[in-house]
Design a protein around this ligand. Structure first.
Ligand code: DAH
Length: 344
């Protein structure tokens, strides 16, 4: 009997399979109702009292050893099976990759750039921090002009006036840099951020975005200005959008105008976006004042040209019916996510 126990112990120790069917065969062989251990217990009944005293303990310990080994192997199979199953659970929903989206202002800026590029305009940029000359003086702003006032401009250095340093209040400063640094003809658009000292509300912000346009060559007329902007509006808002020019005043253009488009929301019928007038102003424009050309070293007898400037926020609001300027800079994903389909 001892020999058999020793032999089985060695076999059980050597058994290491982690396969469910082999383990079941192992259980039947040793622990089954007709298994080898049962057989040993049957045999045990027939031995003498002296042997019973010796083998009783040995046999029980052997049986416990075999059961423990079986449970140990079973546990390891159970845990591997669960991990395998979790890894391969094809019913779990996919993890979904969240794609970002372009900011609505970038979408509209890119669209504006594309339209003008097709007309042969190049893109130019200038610094956000400007000196008095580029932001005001070269653009023909009189010394006492209210736009130079502390209330509108964020000054970084305020001295005598002509050597002030400020955050640019408009992208017209980039026209000056362009004309100073090059030779006509010029045909460029200049997108950028601008800053004004305004209280933040739904309709005003201390920074916003503009696109400036400049076209200088020989014999450029107001008719060229009108046709260029008319074409731009047809491309941006669709064929049939009406435009109208109203006389206006800017120090750097003469004559100057503001351009309205028929309200894109109500198509001119009247709504609260256009304050029931059917028209919305989208830009300022005019023929570049000869003083500005001369300030920038360009012969105003030989060259003429037009300029225009528009707010990107205004154009975006009209396109997407957005009524609160603060949404553009709050980074609320619930707002930004709505422009997902527009990824280019
Ligand atoms: N700089 C003007 C503004 O910020 C916009 C503007 C008007 C630009 C007329 C121009 C222009 O180039 O010709 O309000």
């Amino acid at each position: 009997m001892q020999d058999k126990i020793d032999q089985y112990t060695a076999e059980i120790k050597a058994f290491t399979s982690a396969k469910a069917d082999e383990l079941e065969a192992f259980r039947i062989k040793y622990l089954g109702t007709k298994g080898l251990i049962k057989e040993l217990f049957e045999q045990f009944k027939t031995v003498g009292t002296e042997e019973k005293r010796v083998f009783g303990k040995v046999l029980n310990e052997f049986k416990q050893f075999a059961e423990a080994r079986y449970n140990e192997l079973k546990d390891s199979i159970d845990s591997t099976v669960t991990t395998e199953e979790t890894k391969l659970d094809l019913t779990l929903p996919g993890e979904g990759v969240t794609a970002g989206s372009r900011h609505p202002l970038s979408l509209v800026r890119n669209e504006i750039i594309d339209i003008f590029k097709r007309l042969g305009f190049v893109v130019a940029e200038g610094p956000d921090i400007e000196d008095d000359w580029h932001n005001f003086s070269a653009l023909n702003f009189p010394e006492e002009h209210p736009a130079r006032d502390m209330q509108d401009t964020f000054f970084i250095k305020k001295n005598s006036g002509t050597d002030d340093i400020a955050l640019r209040t408009h992208t017209s400063s980039v026209q000056v840099r362009m004309m100073e640094n090059g030779k006509p003809p010029f045909r460029a658009i200049m997108p950028g951020r601008v800053y004004r000292n305004e209280a933040i509300s739904a309709r005003a912000h201390c920074f916003f975005h503009q696109v400036e346009g400049l076209y200088i060559d020989e014999n450029v007329s107001f008719a060229d200005l009108k046709q260029t902007l008319y074409h731009f509006v047809q491309e941006l808002y669709g064929e049939g959008t009406k435009v109208r020019f109203r006389p206006s005043y800017f120090p750097f253009t003469e004559p100057s105008a503001e351009m309205d488009v028929s309200c894109t929301i109500c198509k001119g019928a009247g709504c609260n976006m256009c304050k029931y007038s059917g028209w919305v102003e989208i830009l300022g424009c005019g023929m570049v004042d000869p003083n500005v050309l001369e300030n920038c070293g360009i012969d105003s007898k030989k060259y003429t040209g037009f300029a225009f400037g528009m707010g990107i926020e205004r154009i975006t609001n009209l396109k997407y019916v957005i009524r609160d300027l603060r949404l553009f800079s709050e980074n609320d994903v619930r707002f930004l996510e709505q422009f997902k389909t527009e990824i280019i």
